[in-house]
Design a protein around this ligand. Structure first.
Ligand code: BMA
Length: 361
């Protein structure tokens, strides 16, 4: 009997450590730290699936068509995966997304995932903040089973990211992002701080138990106000044990470059301090200037600020095929095209060919 218990106990320990083994994630964390010493990786959301004037063709990329290389980081969004749909909220087929994620990994690039999760309480989209959804999906809440099934869908997708020889592809995942804004159902005033932290921690634990050893977890609030404090930035921080990277989302909304730079600096000052204190990597997890109307924005406004901080990457948001007002990176024929080439040539900006030999083993 005793022997059986001992065997069972050993098995339980082995299973638990198997479930929490994070080897692919740790490898990516080390790689990010090594690349950060060389410069700043440039990223683009949905880069290989559509651009300003095309969609779904394979082998295309607005970034590559402007400067000859793919972005070092590619972002993709999982919104609608939880509903069992085969395309995400922007009509990107999940099978195509998986294929592009694996391709990006195989060419030596890196991937980040966001998740514009539908509102589980109302059935509407991520921007519907009614219904106290967070309170209802936590353990004990009447929609907890729904959250579990949604996390199962995400875990299944993340676990399916494998190379032909069965190696898991690591990804930077930033669930429940921009929680310091009021626009998502998991955001400021739409749930309590305590519930938010519980939701993040629950997501981490649940997906780890589902074997998602390939996730680098990112905390990704958004720009607060001009006088953001450390306290505000860390308000929703769920804990060092469930976060690997500290990020911030900051956009330029007005034609006032100096103001954007000032806000960006004040946010990155805080993120840098927090990164030092908590010993975490830092990143500008989203930025952009809609339609980039300024022909020198990349080299004269964004780049000087990026160079002042040890961030490992910046992700520019999508060149939306379905919305001409959402264009955040250069594309052939756009006013920022020539400037983006200079941005590419700068020693500090890193694209795939600059990183595909760094710590890939
Ligand atoms: C948002 C906007 C939306 C889009 C969503 C997911 O920031 O770009 O139009 O549907 O991201 O990509």
């Amino acid at each position: 009997m005793n022997r059986i218990f001992a065997t069972l106990a050993a098995l339980a320990i082995a299973t638990a450590s198997f479930a929490v083994s994070r080897q692919p994630a740790i490898k990516l964390i080390n790689r990010l730290a090594a690349i950060q010493k060389q410069g700043i990786m440039i990223g683009h959301q949905d880069d290989p699936v559509y651009g300003c004037s095309w969609k779904w063709e394979e082998g295309r990329s607005d970034v590559k068509e402007v400067c000859g290389d793919y972005p070092a980081i590619m972002g993709f969004d999982l919104g609608d995966l939880e509903l069992g749909k085969d395309k995400n909220l922007d009509s990107v087929p999940f099978d195509r997304m998986r294929k592009e994620i694996i391709k990006q990994h195989e060419r030596g690039g890196i991937v980040t995932l966001s998740w514009h999760t539908n509102n589980p309480a109302t059935g509407k989209n991520a921007w519907d903040f009614s219904g106290d959804a967070v309170g209802k999906i936590l353990p004990g809440g009447k929609l907890n089973a729904k959250l579990n099934s949604w996390l199962d869908a995400v875990a299944k997708f993340v676990n399916s990211l494998k190379t032909a020889d069965g190696q898991k592809v690591p990804v930077i995942f930033r669930p429940w992002h921009e929680m310091s804004g009021t626009w998502f159902w998991w955001g400021e005033t739409r749930c309590t701080v305590k519930h938010y932290k519980q939701l993040f921690r629950y997501t981490h634990k649940y997906m780890s138990r589902r074997g998602c050893s390939n996730i680098v977890w990112a905390y990704s609030p958004n720009l607060g106000n001009e006088k953001e404090t450390m306290e505000q930035y860390m308000k929703y921080y769920p804990g060092d044990d469930v976060v690997d990277m500290l990020g911030i989302d900051v956009y330029q909304r007005e034609p006032n470059n100096a103001q954007y730079q000032e806000w960006l600096r004040s946010e990155l000052d805080i993120v840098k301090q927090a990164g030092d204190k908590h010993k975490k990597l830092i990143a500008l997890t989203e930025t952009g200037y809609n339609n980039v109307p300024d022909s020198t924005w990349f080299t004269q406004t964004l780049l000087p600020v990026l160079k002042e901080y040890p961030i490992c990457y910046v992700l520019l948001w999508r060149n939306a095929w379905d919305n001409p007002t959402e264009n955040y990176i250069a594309a052939p024929g756009k006013v920022s095209e020539q400037d983006f080439k200079k941005f590419y040539e700068d020693k500090k900006t890193l694209f795939v060919k600059d990183i595909n030999t760094v710590n890939i083993k």
